[in-house]
Design a protein around this ligand. Structure first.
Ligand SMILES: NC(=O)c1ccc[n+]([C@@H]2O[C@H](COP(=O)([O-])OP(=O)(O)OC[C@H]3O[C@@H](n4cnc5c(N)ncnc54)[C@H](O)[C@@H]3O)[C@@H](O)[C@H]2O)c1
Ligand SMILES: [Zn+2]
Ligand SMILES: [Zn+2]
Length: 337
């Protein structure tokens, strides 16, 4: 069967690979469409230390059940599904606490193990989600769950005003998730196109920090108190700090961004404001179910969020183009079958 294989930094090709054999508890799937995100670009560039070559990427998946195996009571041939690309060991502190999304020994599909950019994959039945969605929407479920999980971590409620700093692929999920819970959402970014999509996804206000002063605008929008919750979805030292500076007293700060350098803080603010400062990683099954409900209610601007759709043969070329000019691409999807 055909697969997109990363063979080394900056080297991708479409080749024939060995078909995978489904284990007893696995469901055999025909892959239909796969979405790419920043982590795939990082893998392509050889900058993800968890990825060794050769590796088949792909963890944002729309697929159709070909053979449900021993799960035939729950899954019928022809059902369209998406899936959770994570694993959990069942024994680490996170797993024992019922938070397998943060498993210490997680192996993400397409990162530590071969992923979905191929014709057939097999996956444990427990990782599949059924949904009444198009293939594009099915591929959007996983990337949106990351922001939905941050919203759950921030215990966001209808009375909250929530600032989401960074409205890229991940932040957009936080915008949509907070709006889906009825909160008042303020999208913050440097890019008007990202902010326009954030508005369509549920942000009541947007602030372009290349044109407006963030502190002044947030104060105007919150009667001078600051947002109840700030979600950081970029990963820069400066925006990590801004989150604790701008959040209201006794507010919540949720970090999704991975900072690539050390961050220096005025820690007095943690104490003086009595903040809840929370990390948020990957997503739980309830986040998948919430995103599916949100997409099924057609509240998300799917056509704006997906900027490129190409056949599998063009995957190497579009990876190269994306690598050369990252700003020109928001969400790439690969049509597999
Ligand atoms: N916690 C997790 O489970 C998890 C999962 C996936 C990704 N991430 C992390 O989330 C972060 C965001 O990922 P992404 O794929 O959305 O990235 P992205 O590049 O698509 O989005 C970043 C957004 O931030 C904006 N931005 C950049 N600098 C800014 C600034 N100074 N002020 C305001 N806006 C600014 C950009 O215009 C862009 O819209 C990354 O750090 C990534 O590593 C975390
Ligand atoms: Zn992704
Ligand atoms: Zn674990």
């Amino acid at each position: 069967m055909k697969a997109v294989v990363l063979e080394g930094p900056g080297q991708a090709s479409v080749k024939d690979v060995q078909e995978r054999v489904a284990a007893d508890d696995e469901v055999l799937l025909q892959v239909r469409m796969v979405g790419l995100c920043g982590s795939d670009l990082n893998s392509y560039r050889g900058r993800n230390p968890l990825v060794s070559f050769p590796r088949i990427p792909g963890h944002e998946v729309a697929a159709t059940v070909l053979d449900p195996g021993s799960a035939r009571a729950d899954w019928e041939v022809g059902a369209d599904v998406t899936l959770s690309p994570y694993t959990n060991c069942g024994r680490c502190a996170s797993c024992l606490r019922g938070r397998p999304n943060a498993c210490q020994f997680n192996q993400t599909l397409g990162v530590q193990r071969d992923g979905a950019l191929t014709e057939l994959i097999s996956v444990p039945a427990s990782r599949l989600y059924r949904a009444n969605l198009s293939l594009k929407e099915l591929c959007l479920v996983e990337p949106l769950t990351v922001g939905f999980h941050a919203v759950a971590r921030g215990r966001i409620a209808p009375e909250d005003t929530v600032a989401v700093i960074g409205c890229g692929g991940v932040g957009l999920g936080a915008v949509a998730g907070a709006a889906f819970r009825g909160a008042t959402v303020i999208g913050v970014d440097l890019d008007d196109i990202k902010l326009a999509t954030a508005s369509r996804a549920g942000a009541k206000h947007v602030i372009n920090t290349s044109a407006a002063e963030l502190h002044t605008r947030l104060a105007e929008l919150t009667d001078g108190r600051g947002p109840d919750v700030v979600i950081e979805a970029i990963g820069l030292p400066q925006t990590f700090r801004v989150a604790v500076e701008e959040v209201a007293f006794t507010g919540r700060v949720v970090y999704i961004g991975y900072a690539k350098e050390h961050v220096a803080y005025e820690t007095r603010l943690f104490v003086q404001k009595e903040l809840d400062i929370l990390g948020s990683r990957n997503a739980l099954p309830e986040d998948f179910r919430d995103v599916i409900r949100m997409l099924e209610s057609h509240r998300f601007p799917v056509e704006e969020a997906v900027t490129h759709l190409v056949p599998m043969e063009e995957a190497p070329a579009i990876l190269e183009a994306w690598n050369r000019e990252p700003a020109g691409f928001t969400k790439i999807m690969i049509n597999v079958a």
